[in-house]
Design a binder for this molecule. Structure first.
Ligand code: ADP
Ligand code: MG
Length: 289
């Protein structure tokens, strides 16, 4: 795999909100093929998903987006490759809708899960394990979303593990057997998150949400020979990337946005290391800033 194939960038355009439409707003960007046009400037992406007009024939639905992403996520994970997907953008741009979806229109995370179980059932390896953890990073502190919020709980610690990728010590990992199991974990995570956000006076979308799926596959290669493969998939709904208004950003909001900038800079260090280095492991020491 060429280094540049390691990272792909897609962009999605959401429809105008009711509020925007009521204010008489119109879209300033257009998409054609995999190019975004803004005035006389053009920006090329690996994929453009135009969801600006739900009525149009070319509308990029949750299902059509999943069709494009599925091979890189599910087939790669089953083949033993680690994959991460990040949703990046301002608050209100459609990150959570794309990642989680809503009740009637599932997003990437539940679709990943059902596709994974379907493909595993078809391949019928001797033994598989699918285990999930759900964390959030708020103000640079890692918190477990699968355990109830406790004011005095110390943040979880991240440890470098060259073979398996970074490990979050003490994170709750739950083995699941179906998409329904995942959906109930997601509900639990989002309930815990609401309690914590209220307790910490956190404004919405100021935390990164990280869903991690660890997959283990054991297959019988020969009568007394087993093959084991494992992979980790991170599905990340990043905190809003907007700059705070100078007048508004003070106290806790300023602290939140500087922490968000810090972690987004760390993410950009990882991405540039992955596209420029031949190494497939980016040590924590390289990304600390
Ligand atoms: P973010 O997580 O980036 O802050 P949300 O995913 O919460 O943004 O989206 C903001 C609002 O826009 C939500 O009400 C969501 O349902 C709606 N929305 C976002 N993307 C789409 C889309 N592609 N189609 C329809 N509604 C969308
Ligand atoms: Mg969101």
């Amino acid at each position: 795999m060429a280094a540049s194939d390691n990272v792909r960038v897609c962009v999605r355009l959401r429809p105008l909100s009711q509020k925007e439409a009521d204010a008489g707003a119109s879209a300033v960007v257009t998409m054609r093929g995999d190019t975004v046009r803004l005035g006389d400037q053009a920006f090329a992406f690996d994929h453009c998903f135009d969801s600006s007009d739900p009525g149009s024939a070319a509308h990029a639905s949750q299902a059509s987006i999943w069709e494009t992403l599925e091979p890189s996520l599910v087939a790669s994970a089953i083949d033993g490759f680690n994959v991460s997907l990040f949703a990046y953008g301002q608050t209100g741009s459609g990150k959570s809708f794309t990642m989680f979806g809503d009740r009637g229109d599932r997003g990437v995370v539940p679709r990943f899960c059902s596709s994974l179980f379907e493909k595993l059932a078809r391949a019928s390896p001797a033994k598989t394990t699918v285990a999930v953890s759900m964390l959030e990073i708020y103000n640079e502190r890692l918190r477990d979303l699968l355990v109830p919020y406790a004011r005095d709980a110390p943040p979880l610690r991240l440890r470098d593990a060259p073979r398996s990728g970074a490990v979050v010590e003490g994170a709750k990992i739950v083995e699941i057997g179906s998409e329904a199991d995942l959906l109930s974990l997601m509900r639990l995570g989002s309930r815990n998150r609401t309690v914590a956000a209220t307790a910490m006076n956190e404004k919405s979308s100021r935390a990164h949400t990280v869903v991690t799926v660890r997959l283990g596959i054991e297959s019988d290669a020969a009568p007394d020979e087993k093959h084991r493969r494992s992979s980790t998939v991170h599905l990340v709904d990043l905190a809003g990337s907007e700059r705070n208004q100078r007048t508004e950003a003070s106290g806790q909001r300023l602290k939140e946005s500087s922490h968000i900038n810090k972690s987004l800079s760390a993410l950009s260090n990882v991405i540039s290391a992955l596209t420029t280095e031949s190494s497939t492991h980016v040590p924590l020491s390289l990304i600390h800033i």
